[in-house]
Design a protein around this ligand. Structure first.
Ligand code: CTP
Ligand code: MG
Length: 222
């Protein structure tokens, strides 16, 4: 069985809405609620724990904890409030277009690969990616064929995630995803091909795109 942790405690500086990103209204619901609704529809998910900005009301049907100063603190606090499930799914509230189907596919991928410590949603990179030095000069063009942009959900064997989160605070503060903490210790992380639609809301433009996509989805359901 799987516990789902949603990290929603960020301040949303880059969105600039003047309040935490997870609480910003998106197509008629708080941004966070879209992820809760999707993950509640995943059969093997027994419980959802959400790391929230301190003082935020806890949404119905989930366990709420106060988030920490950096993302991995929020993951750690949410994990501490989770039950005994053997798999842990970690999802960013900043990806409100996640679907129950994608989450179930990532969970199944990890269940099917007994040697893997984690399975993560990702998409092949379509832009050409260059390394640029501090004064704006290109120093390298990366071989795009092996590059994937990673997303959440990321699903972990519980022991592997617990070990990874025992890393020193300096390393945890640098981690923009949890899988990195596993890879760098030699763990096996597999990717599951997801969709560009599972976008991350960072800027006001992302919010507009998410709004259009979710409005379209709701029109399709009606
Ligand atoms: N997050 C969290 N606790 C933190 C920082 C981030 O739970 N201390 C969560 C965010 O709520 C988000 C996810 O981690 O769902 C990814 O972070 P990001 O997109 O960077 O969100 P924010 O940190 O809120 O945005 P910004 O960096 O623009 O302030
Ligand atoms: Mg952030």
């Amino acid at each position: 069985m799987t516990v789902a942790l949603i990290v929603a405690a960020g301040s949303g500086e880059r969105l600039g809405a003047g309040r935490p990103k997870a609480l910003v209204e998106l197509a008629g619901r708080p941004l966070l609620q879209w992820s809760i609704d999707a993950l509640q529809d995943v059969e093997s998910v027994t419980r959802i724990v959400v790391a929230l900005p301190p003082g935020t009301p806890v949404p119905a049907g989930v366990t709420g904890v106060d988030g920490g100063a950096v993302r991995s603190d929020s993951v750690r606090r949410a994990l501490a409030a989770a039950g005994e499930d053997d798999l842990v799914l970690v999802h960013d509230a900043a990806r409100p277009l996640v679907t129950a189907k994608l989450a179930a596919t990532v969970i199944d991928a990890l269940r099917s690969d007994h040697d893997a410590d984690a399975a993560i949603a990702a998409v092949p990179v379509t832009d050409t990616v260059k390394r640029v030095d501090g004064v704006g000069v290109v120093t390298e063009t990366l071989d795009r064929s092996g590059l994937w942009a990673v997303q959440t959900p990321q699903v972990f064997r519980r022991g592997a995630l617990e070990r990874a989160l025992r890393a020193p605070a300096e390393d945890l503060a640098l981690a923009t995803d949890d899988a990195w903490l596993i890879e760098r210790g030699g763990g096996r992380v597999i990717v599951v091909r997801a969709s560009d639609e599972n976008l991350k809301v960072t800027s006001p433009l992302d919010l507009q795109v998410a709004e259009l996509l979710l409005a379209g989805r709701r029109a399709g359901e009606a």
